[in-house]
Design a binder for this molecule. Structure first.
Ligand code: ZN
Ligand code: ZN
Length: 135
């Protein structure tokens, strides 16, 4: 029943977002805007903590949040330096001209391969299940 309720909520949100026109999307509830802003501030704080611990070095500016949320660290600079792929947010950042590593051409930046991403998402799914069980 709980799973159904969650599915229903996610479905309703998807339909809600889908039915917003571009103009309506600009007028999102101020309460939600504040929540989104608080999320950004928290993401920035967590990113700085990870940087201090040497666990976050992103290749775009502003840095990605995908790696923090999905893996708890960002390996993109090291991976890029070794000619390996970076996360899709970083790949998109390079496409948009926000790459922050001198000497790298955006055309040379590759996004995480399917098998690597599958591991990341499988691990994330597992960690979400662990958190649910603890409640
Ligand atoms: Zn990066
Ligand atoms: Zn990333």
């Amino acid at each position: 029943m709980r799973a159904f309720k969650i599915l229903f909520c996610v479905g309703a949100m998807a339909i809600g977002v889908w039915s917003l026109s571009a103009q309506e999307a600009q007028k999102i509830d101020p309460e939600i805007q504040r929540a989104v802003q608080a999320l950004r501030v928290q993401a920035r704080k967590t990113t700085l903590q990870l940087m201090v611990k040497g666990k976050y070095s992103c290749c775009i500016s502003p840095g990605c949040t995908f790696c923090t949320m999905a893996m708890g660290h960002c390996p993109c600079v090291q991976r890029l330096a070794q000619g390996e792929s970076v996360c899709h947010t970083c790949k998109g950042g390079w496409e948009a001209g926000h790459g922050s590593v001198p000497g790298v051409k955006k055309g040379a930046v590759k996004a995480f391969e399917g098998a690597f991403l599958k591991k990341v998402f499988d691990e994330r799914k597992k960690s979400l299940k662990r958190k649910k069980r603890r409640k």
